[in-house]
Design a binder for this molecule. Structure first.
Ligand code: NAG
Ligand code: NAG
Length: 237
């Protein structure tokens, strides 16, 4: 997934630079997003109170309107707010926690286990860990060899299995694969039929199937990037 990764890095980099530019020129506002320093602070606070933490969401807990108005009336807009709270969602020991972190006092304001339906979002680390399981899974390696595919060109897609109203569903993903060899548009080249289901809490393969060998479409003509030809439309009407 190099193309995707490259462009998202560029976007994050742009926003970081943009953010620091704003800080340099305009100072802080109460509703500014969490800074890199604050994100590190949150990570330390949460990790000090829990082991084996998997972060899934970290964001500013927006102060309510009356707080914002009173801050604006009492402060120069350039002053860093003296009270900031972050809302954090983490997975710890097969449980989803919603944690409020007070950045001004370096403490956890509240920490509750979410008992409702549905699960938190997938994060990159667990998707990579799930994909890496397949790279060590003998039946999958045998399949790649049998089809004469290049393992370095295999791209994984990690999808949740969904929630269909059952009382207890495990936190499971279905991993499907593509062979990008010769194209950037790997979605056009599925390794049809292969699917592994992986329990993310246990981090192990709980299901695997490759029932049939379907030919992989050829890579020619699958590139969707901007053409180097002249523009097809004549705009001089
Ligand atoms: C706004 O938040 C403060 C605490 O930060 C609370 O005391 C106050 O009741 C809240 N106001 C509203 C309208 O929710
Ligand atoms: C497999 O793919 C890698 C990465 O694209 C490439 O460097 C290598 O030459 C390929 N191997 C074969 C046997 O084609």
């Amino acid at each position: 997934m190099h193309p995707t990764r490259g462009s998202s890095f560029r976007i994050i980099f742009f926003f970081l630079i943009f953010h620091f530019f704003l800080l340099a020129t305009h100072g802080f506002h109460l509703l500014d997003p969490l800074t890199p320093i604050e994100l590190n602070q949150i990570q330390t606070i949460v990790k000090n109170s829990h082991q084996d933490v998997n972060f899934h969401y970290v964001g500013l807990d927006d102060p309510n309107k009356s707080n914002v108005l009173s801050w604006l009336s009492q402060n120069q807009p350039n002053n860093f707010p003296d009270h900031r709270v972050a809302f954090v969602i983490v997975r710890i020991n097969c449980q989803s926690h919603e944690i409020m972190v007070d950045l001004s006092t370096n403490s956890i304001l509240s920490d509750k286990v979410y008992e409702g339906n549905g699960y938190l979002m997938l994060n990159n680390e667990e998707q990579k860990a799930a994909n890496d399981l397949l790279l060590k899974y003998a039946p999958f390696m045998a399949l790649i060899a049998k089809r004469g595919l290049n393992l370095s060109e295999v791209v994984f897609d990690t999808l949740t299995i969904g929630w269909y109203g059952e009382k207890n569903t495990k936190r499971v993903v279905a991993v499907i694969c593509y062979h990008s060899d010769g194209t950037i548009n790997f979605y056009m080249r599925p390794i049809e039929g292969v699917m592994a289901t992986i329990d993310l809490d246990e981090m192990k393969i709980i299901g695997y199937r490759d029932p049939l060998v379907v030919p992989i479409p050829k890579a020619d003509g699958t590139d969707y990037r901007e053409s180097r030809q002249d523009p097809p439309l004549d705009t001089h009407i």
